[in-house]
Design a binder for this molecule. Sequence first.
Ligand SMILES: Cc1cc2nc3c(=O)[nH]c(=O)nc-3n(C[C@H](O)[C@H](O)[C@H](O)COP(=O)(O)O)c2cc1C
Length: 329
Amino acid sequence: MDLSTRYLGLTLKNPLVVSASPLGLDIGNIRKLEDHGAAAIVLPSIFQEDIENEIEEIERLAVEGNSEALSYFPSGLADNVGPGNYLNLIRRARAAVDMPVIASLNGTSRDGWIDYARQIQEAGASALELNVYFLPTDLTLSGDEVEARYVDILSAVKREVSIPVAMKLSPFFSSVGNMVQRLDAAGADGFVLFNRFYQPDIDLEDLALVRDLKLSNRGEIRLPLLWIAALAGKVKGSIAASSGVQSSAEVMKYLFVGADVVMTTSALMRHGIDYMKTLHDGLVADLNVREVQSLAEIRGRMSRAAIGGQTAYDRVNYIRILRGGQLQG
Ligand SMILES: Cc1cc2nc3c(=O)[nH]c(=O)nc-3n(C[C@H](O)[C@H](O)[C@H](O)COP(=O)(O)O)c2cc1C
């Protein structure tokens, strides 16, 4: 059976990719994930704030004219501050495994830190995932301005690097499909659909914000499923499904609607790294049952274009469901 797929112009042995998470901070984990079937890994994000802090620190030392302190750079600084360590992580990960290692850069504006993308490339990253985690809580910002920010950041990063760049997006655009197409036209090599925004809760006892991160559940595949189905075949860039994978069934569903790769974090954090093998073997078994010889046979067969979206994916179906009362739970 041929499980191979293409993602960001890279050939992967199968569609299972580890999404950005702390699992990728440990080289032992990364090796084990590859041994258990992962075809690529996205390292945890380095944040604009980490990079700017280092830049500020360098500028502070320079302004103070403290040549002794400067002479310790980079070792004195890089040993303790994020960005240097991150580049080392990329180098060590690349040396440890054969699968592609994708770095993740997380920022919200175009200034001051974009050249770090070039350093990521020089450190050997196979590709770069760009996560513009931007919450437009400034209520004067229009949707146009928010969207322009994404395109600006992508264009600036693309000018810095020649490795492929994927955009990890949230679904919170007024026209998410159009946003993806705009980024596609601006040169994005792929899309990770979707990012999960951190959403706070309130502790009523202490009247304080609860800052925890919930692992996903399988119901969360539905929103990405809808949009991947709509976008399959409509963009040049490749499509990674992200959110809600708990078993090979979700992987199959994502492939059927047109994903090129399927990413997972929560399932691995919940069940342990060995669970990658369960996902992998489950996928092979599911494909065997359907007598599928290669992923191309199923990919996109349930996309909006393939099955006639008007009735299946769009408004008509919504009305039918509301009237027909197909409720669960
Ligand atoms: C503990 C944890 C840390 C994460 N760190 C990052 C990160 O650094 N960068 C990023 O883009 N996404 C990060 N994510 C999001 C995941 O990459 C993924 O998009 C999300 O968890 C949805 O996929 P899942 O349902 O398979 O977990 C993190 C998720 C978790 C649970």
